[in-house]
Design a protein around this ligand. Structure first.
Ligand code: GDP
Length: 535
């Protein structure tokens, strides 16, 4: 084994790259911060929170990006814990929800699904879960806000199975009664861990005491009744619940479940430690015709996000890449497959808790930001010139919001076309056109409202074009396949609801699931697909 290989396997083994998926307000920001606190990357909780102040208009948000020179909406946070090198991919939620959120999941090796104990499985969690499930990555569940009243843990397990179709295995179990849990029971070690009352509002790591569930001292501390209830629950879990099966976890069929409170820090450390132990290190990645293993010596990476327009005067952009194999060293020359040109990775950036730093070295699983002179697109491959290949294309995520977009001043039509096509190519929005009106207007599809705002802002600032935008009452797009699909009317689909994507493939737009189902029934000779990749 060469020295490089030895170093590579060591670094790969200790890396954990994951994303936290959740519905807004479940506590993702708080949990992220607590993980940083326990990882020693910040000393007092409260600093990451500031990042969430970005709830203003898009232009303000862009201003913030500029001032800080850092992506506040979606980047990566890195810290070390117990020998592990942890990369947390930030997946924006709220009104910032966009295709970027989905694409970020492409760069993760596992996901932590955060659930509010009172609310259970919510809408955005479902969507994000679906994307993770399709990738087949392991999904860990953290049930949050245990300091408050919420659903019964058994009911939550059932809800996860019914709504998401995944079985769960509680790694630990809350001790106490609803609204007043005091600790967690570790099933593997048959140990109780009781957390001290939080006096610092979760700003600091909280002390805890651990011991065997059979130790009478603990039974006394939590009270005989609570102790008995705990023992009954554990027995039920052991006899009626699933067995722990790491293979099922790794293939995304079983989700290890944890309980805690990101706010009071209750259960955070037990979760972090067990998660790091169970979560996979960087996995092999599919190429167009093979797979690339992380310990392969040749460097490779793909672009999963482009953060544009941090400074409109210079049109500077950051391309975020995920390293898939080999070792990265600053200044190295690699091959960019999509332009078929060499590029020098001269000023790579990495993001720590509070500042960005220049990266000298990085390994598979790590994320770095590259200054992009405008050559990169989502999904692009960087590899060594001695071993050329392309990673498999990113999935196309079905848009859920649609607007009709046209240029305000027809004199600016040329700039408008150039701008909107470039932004679509970059992956900022999906573009559709209606057959009879080439270039007059476009139907723009997105997964979140923020994408429309970004489109409007960027067309104005980068291309000097004002647009008119009208929201359309569609909520679903389906790619169609079948005989005569473009030449005859389609039952249940209005003529205006038939559009064409960038490759001229016919797409039908529907207002809701019901309308789609009706069209499916009425047109047995046509097949409807969620994405063109399924055709
Ligand atoms: P995000 O939208 O998922 O990033 O959620 P935040 O981390 O901003 O949390 C949303 C709200 O829930 C905030 O007011 C938090 O203080 C609160 N919160 C987060 N975690 C907990 C928790 O464990 N317990 C309680 N009671 N509140 C929490």
């Amino acid at each position: 084994m060469s020295e490089l290989q030895r170093q590579l396997s060591q670094e790969i083994l200790r890396r954990r790259t994951f994303a936290i998926i959740s519905h807004p307000d479940a506590g993702k920001t708080t949990l992220t911060e607590k993980l940083l606190l326990y990882g020693g990357a910040i000393r007092l909780a409260g600093s990451v929170k500031a990042r969430k102040a970005q709830k203003h208009a898009i232009s303000d948000w862009m201003e913030i990006e500029k001032q800080r020179g850092i992506s506040v909406t979606s980047s990566v946070l890195q810290f070390d814990y117990d020998g592990y090198r942890v990369n947390i991919l930030d997946t924006p939620g709220h009104q910032d929800f966009s295709e970027d959120t989905y694409r970020t999941l492409m760069a993760a090796d596992s996901a932590v699904m955060l659930i509010d104990v009172a609310k259970g499985v919510e809408e955005q969690t479902k969507k994000l879960f679906h994307v993770c499930k399709q990738r087949g990555i392991p999904i860990f569940t953290f049930v949050n806000k245990l300091d408050r009243f919420g659903k019964n843990p058994f009911d939550l397990m059932e809800e996860i199975e019914n709504v998401l179709g995944i079985r769960s295995y509680p790694m630990n179990w809350p001790i106490g009664v609803d609204g007043n849990y005091t600790g967690v029971y570790n099933r593997k070690l048959a140990q109780i861990e009781l957390f001290e009352e939080d006096s610092a509002h979760g700003q600091r790591i909280i002390p805890s005491s651990q011991g065997s569930v059979d130790d009478p001292a603990f039974a006394k501390m939590i009270g005989a009744e609570t102790h008995q209830a705990l023992c009954d629950d554990i027995e039920l879990l052991d006899t009626a619940g699933d067995a722990f099966d790491i293979q099922k976890v790794l293939s995304g069929e079983l989700t290890p479940m944890f309980f805690g409170s990101a706010m009071t820090n209750f259960g955070v450390r037990p979760f972090l430690e067990e998660f790091l132990e169970l979560a996979p290190s960087p996995s092999p990645r599919e190429t167009e015709d093979s797979v690339i293993k992380p310990d392969q010596e040749g460097f490779s990476a793909f672009v999963f996000k482009i953060q544009a327009n941090m400074n409109p005067a210079h049109r500077d952009r950051l391309a975020f890449i995920r390293i898939c194999s080999g070792k990265f060293t600053r200044g190295m020359a690699v091959h960019h497959m999509q332009t078929n040109k060499p590029v020098k990775l001269a000023q790579p950036q990495q993001f720590l808790a509070q500042e960005r730093t220049i990266v000298e070295e990085a390994y598979p699983g790590d994320i770095i930001g590259l200054f992009d002179p405008g050559i990169f697109s989502i999904g692009d491959t960087l590899c060594e010139s001695s071993n050329l290949f392309r990673f498999k294309a990113f999935p196309i995520f079905p848009p859920e919001q649609f607007s009709k977009v046209q240029v305000k001043d027809t004199m600016k039509r040329k700039q408008f076309l150039k701008g909107i096509e470039q932004l679509a190519q970059e992956g900022a929005v999906q573009l559709f056109r209606q057959p009879d009106v080439p270039g007059e207007f476009f139907i723009v599809g997105t997964v979140g409202a923020l994408q429309f705002e970004v489109l409007e802002y960027r067309l104005k600032n980068e291309y000097g074009v004002d647009i008119l935008m009208y929201g359309l009452a569609y909520g679903l797009a389906r790619w169609m396949q079948g005989k005569d699909v473009t030449s005859k009317p389609i039952k249940g689909v209005d003529k205006n609801a038939i559009v064409f994507d960038k490759n001229d493939l016919p797409v039908a737009l529907f207002s809701n699931e019901w309308a789609l189902r009706w069209a499916v029934e009425q047109n047995p000779d046509i097949q409807f697909f969620e994405s063109p990749q399924q055709l």
